[in-house]
Design a protein around this ligand. Structure first.
Ligand code: SF4
Length: 333
């Protein structure tokens, strides 16, 4: 059995229903190695698949413009749930849910959760169908379990890199979170968003661990970045060009507020925010990123200048204290 379910029969049915002759396949980095196999299957059905080889980290980056310029009939976006509201081209989302046994990894979290009775359960879309099983295991160990549903994401308990509203929805009633899934970033995000201890159950490696040290390290790095930015005179406000990341209004408000605070501010439109891209502007001393929040938080040490989130910029502007930021968490309003 494959690790991820690409729903290939549904894919075939939908393509036939839409009478699509050319399709654009868009997969995130971890799933891209499957692209050729999927394209081969589509070719056998007489369909022309075009594979988007550009990086894709979220449904915020739906390849609409590319699909339009290529003139394809359909976009097939794998690995994420719908985020962009008005698609100009028919788009099929394939969540690519994982086929894994989660028992061992969840059982391994029990000793790490021994001081907590009320647990919030969160995960990424790949494992939302496994939350009930995880809940059963925790209940069997005498825990109380909450799965948040803010109504902002397609699935209860789901988190994405820039939306932890389902975790925040139950943060007040739980003592700790259990994050089910691979990677570390989402678990760190849960801890930064809720300020509650977060334990990871990784079903791929059948491991369990706490994310506390890494979250603390990021909080320290963010404090340093904010302090450095307070000294800066010349700011760049990053305006994301990806369809689900564009926040013109926020960028303009930040420009105005920073200008009023005596800073010199420039808007920079950008698709991929990388340290190399920002190195081209040596006179800018700090940035506020209105696009993907994970860029600065996930990779603080790679950037040569502070790259703040809008919430962190509020600390620089004196609208919010560092303590408030720490207690409110890094995501949401
Ligand atoms: S904005 Fe960033 S965190 Fe949010 S979905 Fe896009 S890539 Fe993920």
């Amino acid at each position: 059995m494959r690790t991820f379910d690409f729903e290939e029969e549904r894919l075939k049915r939908e393509i036939t229903k839409l009478e699509a002759k050319t399709v654009l396949l868009q997969l995130p980095e971890g799933l891209k190695p499957e692209a050729i196999r999927l394209a081969r299957r589509l070719q056998k059905l007489g369909i022309l698949p075009v594979i988007s080889a550009d990086p894709c980290y979220g449904a915020c980056d739906l390849a609409l413009q590319d699909a339009e310029s290529l003139g394809v009939d359909l976009i097939i976006h794998f690995g994420h749930t719908k985020m962009v509201k008005h698609e100009r081209i028919p788009t099929l989302y394939i969540e690519a849910r994982a086929n894994l046994d989660i028992e061992k990894s969840v059982e391994k979290t029990i000793p790490l959760l021994e001081n907590y009775g009320k647990i919030g359960l969160v995960t990424t879309v790949q494992h939302v169908h496994m939350l009930e099983k995880a809940k059963e295991i925790l209940l069997g160990c005498g825990k109380t379990v909450a799965i948040g549903d803010s109504g902002k994401l397609p699935h209860a308990g789901q988190v994405i890199g820039c939306d932890y509203s389902n975790a925040k929805a139950v943060a007040k009633e739980v003592e700790a979170f259990l994050f089910l899934g691979g990677g570390r970033f989402h678990a760190i995000g849960v801890e930064l968003a809720t300020r509650k201890p977060t334990i990871v159950a990784n079903p791929y490696q059948k491991t369990a661990f706490t994310i506390e040290k890494e979250a603390k390290k990021i909080v320290n790095q963010r404090w340093t970045a904010i302090e450095e930015a307070k000294e800066a005179k010349n700011f760049g406000v990053l305006l994301g060009l990806k369809i689900g990341q564009k926040q013109m209004e926020t960028a303009l408000i930040l420009k105005e507020k920073l200008s009023k605070a005596g800073k010199s501010v420039f808007l920079l439109a950008i698709r991929e925010i990388t340290p190399e891209a920002l190195l081209q502007f040596p006179t800018l001393e700090a940035y506020v990123n209105t696009a993907c929040p994970r860029v600065g938080l996930d990779e603080t040490s790679k950037f040569h200048k502070p790259v703040l989130t809008p919430k962190e910029a509020a600390v620089v502007l004196g609208e919010k204290s560092w303590e408030q930021l720490c207690s409110d968490g890094w995501f949401g309003n």
